[in-house]
Design a protein around this ligand. Structure first.
Ligand code: PHE
Length: 348
């Protein structure tokens, strides 16, 4: 092949590469185009190499040199465009994946625990901090544990205080978590310090009463336990639930299983004791029933009342939650209305 003809062929290939490269816009196209020139079998530059055998021996060295130069130039050129394409592709990717940080975020709606569960957990937290252990009794009890052992024998007028759902002459749905006191004292010798949360049932139904509700029983039995110990524990409880400033006041009351028995009021956390709608102008709100464990109850469980004494209390969990969260109808706690339940969370 004449020198000039070779030169022309080489220039034509160079021009072709330059021109075609202009229109490329992805590294895949660069790769494909590179193949059409460099492929060992079909590539146009490889074809020049293959022609070597037809070149007269004395021209072969020059021919080879010229073709090699073209090959080096082409490789270099392809590499340059490939790099450019890769940059372009990256830029395109950045564009397409760009985050608009000014876009309003999707609203997260995390769930929250039911107010009764929240209150139950807070109470457990407070009393376990004072060393109380949890005992969960059963919802079905027999007459002995719910009444008789608690110094409320058949025909005792106090049975009327709690309208009972009987399952049979012997079995009933427990009306109070106090039944757990007997189980604990029968099975454990003092010192005893238990907290017994659970559902209780009474045939009672109005804005503040529901046939099913939850109580949290507390029982402490040890040597020299007095009403003062009860007041100390309950003061801490009202402070933690209703605020540091809250105090308690004990009023005489009656329960067959405690003697003396008290009704516990806490100072109104809404008005600070001045008198408002919540405390009906009195400055005090009734929160629970309690007392010193009746000697007869200790004796019923085989605990010597001359050696040991105790206190017990029963907190209504729904009532405590209603007061704290300002709910005026107990039904709101059982209707599962999400619009209501969503508003009541100590965790927000
Ligand atoms: N069991 C009583 C009630 O349900 C509350 C209570 C518990 C009172 C413990 C005194 C001691 O009304």
């Amino acid at each position: 092949m004449a020198d000039n003809a070779l030169q022309e062929r080489i220039e034509a290939i160079r021009a072709e590469i330059r021109e075609k490269a202009e229109g490329l816009d992805s590294s895949r196209l660069v790769y494909e185009m590179k193949k059409t020139f460099m492929d060992p079998k079909q590539g146009k530059i490889s074809a020049l190499m293959k022609d070597m055998k037809n070149i007269p021996a004395e021209q072969r060295a020059d021919y080879g040199k010229a073709v090699n130069e073209l090959k080096t130039w082409a490789l270099d050129h392809f590499e340059k465009i490939d790099r450019k394409m890769k940059e372009l592709e990256l830029k395109r990717r950045y564009e397409s994946e760009k985050l608009d940080i000014t876009m309003p975020a999707k609203k997260e709606t995390p769930g929250n625990l039911h107010p009764v569960t929240q209150m139950r957990e807070q109470l457990i937290d407070i009393f376990s901090g004072m060393g109380f252990e949890i005992y969960e009794g059963s919802e079905i009890e027999n007459d002995y544990y719910n009444f008789t052992a608690l110094n409320t024998p058949q025909d005792h007028p106090a049975r009327d205080m709690q309208d009972t759902f009987y399952l049979s002459p012997e079995f009933l749905l427990r009306t109070q978590t106090s039944s757990g006191q007997i189980h604990v004292m029968e099975n454990k010798k003092p010192p005893i310090k238990i907290l017994s949360p659970g559902k209780v049932f009474r045939s009672d139904d109005d804005a503040t009463h529901s046939p099913m509700f939850s109580q949290m029983e507390g029982l402490v039995v040890d040597k020299k336990i007095t009403l003062c110990d009860l007041k100390g524990a309950l003061d801490l409880f009202v402070q933690k639930i209703y605020g540091e400033e809250t105090t308690t006041r004990l009023r005489p009351s009656y329960f067959p299983f405690t003697e003396p028995s008290v009704e516990v009021d806490c100072s109104c956390f809404s008005c600070g004791g001045k008198g408002c709608g919540l405390c009906k102008g009195t400055g005090w709100i009734e929160v629970l029933g309690a007392g010193v464990v009746n000697r007869k109850v200790l004796a019923n469980c085989g605990i010597d009342p001359d050696e040991y004494s105790g206190f017990a209390f029963g907190i209504g969990i729904e009532r405590t939650a209603m007061l704290k969260y300002g709910i005026n109808n107990i039904k709101l706690l059982f209707e599962s209305d999400l619009d209501v339940l969503k508003q009541i969370s100590d965790y927000q």
